[in-house]
Design a protein around this ligand. Structure first.
Ligand SMILES: NC(=O)c1ccc[n+]([C@@H]2O[C@H](COP(=O)([O-])OP(=O)(O)OC[C@H]3O[C@@H](n4cnc5c(N)ncnc54)[C@H](O)[C@@H]3O)[C@@H](O)[C@H]2O)c1
Length: 387
């Protein structure tokens, strides 16, 4: 485990949960070593998650023969070098999003990946493992939507509304590569691609073709916790993006850290010629679908949005306890981890990997959309003054 902050713990939790929920296990995993930035955080990680050792230097993990999987859970600026070195060491890699700081770094990783064909290289795009969204993908694949007219994708948080929230690596472009657009936007960009990959028309219809974005830094300075000094925020708090997909559909993508009143509001809404699908992470047990082929009738007849009870009804061998249970955020991570470990086992046994797993290619595609948004946002000429 390289990095053991907020998400490193979640990855550890997922590993610990695998033998509890999956039977048979594709492979037995154990937590061996953890690399963190300070001795204090290293000791804490070691004792909390029961690692065998902790270190400041991730090469100490890469040189071990008894370590096969490397988790990349550091601030984004470190992703590239850790991934490149892990590839060189022939390790399987589970990299949290975004893949890297920018497209150039992501492309370097993809190029280097070609020299490590015996490794599994997977992104943590954990929302691909929400049962309701898996059901949405299944419906799209079966043609439920018809051709897509438009979509709406939003990931809204309110965590930064207080100007007193201190400055951290997430607010420093050199450390993060972007603000809301790369932190939250990465998830919904991937989801749009994931949901539409197989369904609308053919081929790359669900890929992003072009974007026009406004990325805005609303709170432009924050105090650094350690020094008490004011530091400039040079990433976006709010991203508003107009999108065009390769299949012709148009959509709006929103990512925000300043959406007062929300908690963890990830919304996807798809409108097609034959039907509509909508999902909100705050009601993650349900997928709402609308069949526009049903006849219109007085008093509404039987037509209208229907709620599908997706809850925890994962298809086998994905399973997380009783199928009637409601979903929880951590569970998507456990499922995502199961997928990664299954792919490693498949790789070792010469079996095909899950084609739906989020690959580094997916990481690169997401990175390209983020970059295009950032480039577009710099171009003031697209704004028209309202007179
Ligand atoms: N998939 C998700 O739902 C999700 C959620 C949160 C964060 N993330 C991603 O996870 C990554 C980490 O985010 P976080 O919220 O856990 O950050 P964090 O600040 O909470 O933790 C970062 C960790 O990295 C360690 N670290 C810093 N520099 C290091 C270095 N040079 N070598 C080794 N370790 C180092 C720190 O000690 C700390 O343990 C980011 O890429 C972020 O985008 C993903």
């Amino acid at each position: 485990m390289v990095g053991y902050g907020f998400i490193g713990k979640v990855h550890c939790h997922a590993h610990r949960s695998l033998p509890l929920f999956y039977d048979p296990l594709p492979a037995k995993t154990k937590l061996v070593g953890v690399c963190t930035a300070t001795p204090e955080s290293g000791e804490k990680a070691k004792s909390q998650a029961d690692f065998e050792f902790e270190t400041r230097d991730y090469h100490a993990l890469l040189s071990r023969d008894d370590i096969h999987l490397i988790h990349v859970c550091t601030p984004n600026a470190h992703h590239k070098q850790v991934v490149l070195d892990a590839l060189k060491a022939g390790k399987h890699i589970y990299c949290d999003k975004p893949l890297a700081l920018n497209v150039a770094e992501a492309e370097e990783i993809l190029l280097a990946s070609q020299s490590a064909p015996n490794t599994v290289r997977q992104m943590t795009f954990n929302y691909r493992f929400v049962p309701a969204l898996l059901r949405a993908r299944e419906l799209v694949e079966a043609g439920f939507l018809g051709d897509l007219f438009q979509f709406r994708a939003a990931y809204l948080h309110a965590g930064y509304i207080s100007p007193e929230r201190p400055h951290t690596w997430r607010l420093d472009h050199a450390q993060s590569g972007g603000g809301a657009i790369s932190d939250l936007g990465a998830h919904v960009i991937d989801l749009v691609r994931f949901l539409l990959a197989s369904g609308v028309n053919v081929g790359r219809a669900g890929e992003f073709e072009k974007v026009s974005a406004q990325l805005e830094t609303v709170i432009q300075e924050r105090k650094e916790a350690k020094t008490g000094l004011m530091r400039t925020v040079d990433v976006d708090d709010i991203a508003l993006v107009n999108c065009r997909l390769e299949g012709g559909a148009r959509g709006i993508l929103e990512a925000s850290r300043l959406s007062t009143g929300v908690q963890d509001e990830l919304r996807i809404e798809l409108h097609g010629t034959r039907g509509a699908i909508r999902f909100n992470l705050m009601e993650a047990d349900w997928l709402d679908i609308y069949d526009a082929t049903l006849p219109e009738a007085a008093l509404g007849g039987g037509r209208g949005f229907t709620r599908i009870e997706s809850v925890m009804r994962y298809p086998k061998p994905y399973s997380l306890g009783a199928t009637k249970n409601t979903v929880g955020w951590l569970n998507f991570h456990i499922a995502s981890m199961f997928d990664f470990v299954s792919n490693v086992a498949a790789k070792l046994e010469g079996r095909p990997l899950n084609p739906q797993s989020p690959t580094f290619e997916d990481g690169l595609r997401t990175q390209k959309v983020i970059s295009a948004c950032q480039a577009s946002s710099l171009d003031e000429s697209l704004w028209k003054i309202v007179r």
